[in-house]
Design a protein around this ligand. Sequence first.
Ligand code: AMP
Ligand code: GLY
Length: 421
Amino acid sequence: MRVLVVGSGGREHALTSLIAASPLCLEVHAAPGNPGIALIATCHPVRADDVEGLVALAHDLNVDLVVIGPEVPLVLGLADELRSMGIATFGPSAAAARLEGSKAFAKEVLVAAGVDTAQSRVATDLAEARQAIADLGGRVVVKADGLAAGKGVLVCDDADGAEAAAADLLAGGLGEAGATLLIEERMEGPEVSVLALCDGEVAVPLPSARDYKRIGEGGTGPNTGGMGAVSPAPGVSDEAARRIVETVHVPVLRELRRRGIGFSGCLYAGLMLTPTGPRVLEFNVRFGDPETQAVLPRLAEDLLPWLLRCATGTLEAGALRVSAGAAVAVVLAARGYPGVPETGVPIHGLGEAARHRDTAVFHAGTAYTDGQIVTAGGRVLTVTARGSDGAAAGAAAYAAADLIAFDGLQRRADIGSDAQG
Ligand code: AMP
Ligand code: GLY
């Protein structure tokens, strides 16, 4: 098979590694890819949000399958365009991608599907927002409805803070994304990400993961795109993940179908494990980053046939074979992240780290300039290792990560532990 992977992050590097290793794979292409992906695939300089350019590329390369990594092209309808040309595509339609593109739509679907989630109200002006905050008891979470690259969720301690957050978003703090707000009851508990491969009808669970979202140890400091992940999530067995898929993913797929919407791709549910049971926080319509870098290295069988079955609507209920133990993925970020990152800084020790046993180094914000790999984004690399449990995998991941150095490197020291995410 000839496969094209769309995207340029650590997630896409992990996906491309598995696809390239498949005996079914003849050629792997990536757009735009990154210097790590370029070692295993042919990279093409087409951006992940250039729908027209990607459709032309897939056509010219005559690929058998396109795997779409990031959310933006999905929301823009890349999967619809590719399918309309007869190209098998892993990734949902624009209509299904609204589960991630509009938090109000996701909530509507959750409620209609009878899935447990936080109480909420939609608000489009400050008076409605004030009323919603009061109705929900003041301790709320204020969310921009649209895509906001992780910046649209404000967890508030009291009504004053929530009103200020709502006022800022409604005034255009995040542009159009914040013109509609979803205001939610604030829940408490550890978080878990449960991803499932879907073909519209069937959902096959992947092992659970926890994402460590804050920049600082113990879950402190500003939110990021994710500073690391562990799979399985502490305390969430494969059996528990399977139950979550039965009670969350399957009813959501059914409700979408009732609306005439098929979901083909990876459906990612973010949940909070509350005292009354797991409750849904959010959906993503794609693999998580960095969860993917912890989950995929645990698979004990070829991923490519599963991706193809999702794309062609031929998935059968079942389970992927997963190796025992755990995997930990540690993100190495640049100075300045999650604000403006420092770029162009030379990175040392990549080869040494990659040679560690059971370890993989995935590129994200890197560039190849003047014969050197340098930093080119906020999250620069993810180092993943497997081990008999979270502690062993964490020790191995940090041992490999210790070999990588660049000026301004930031990383959390507690990825894989039971610490707050
Ligand atoms: P989201 O993008 O909706 O997942 O929100 C980002 C983060 O905000 C989540 O991972 C949680 O840590 C937090 N969060 C979102 N919704 C809630 C909620 N209803 N209660 C408590 N925390 C929340
Ligand atoms: N790790 C969270 C995400 O991919 O959105």
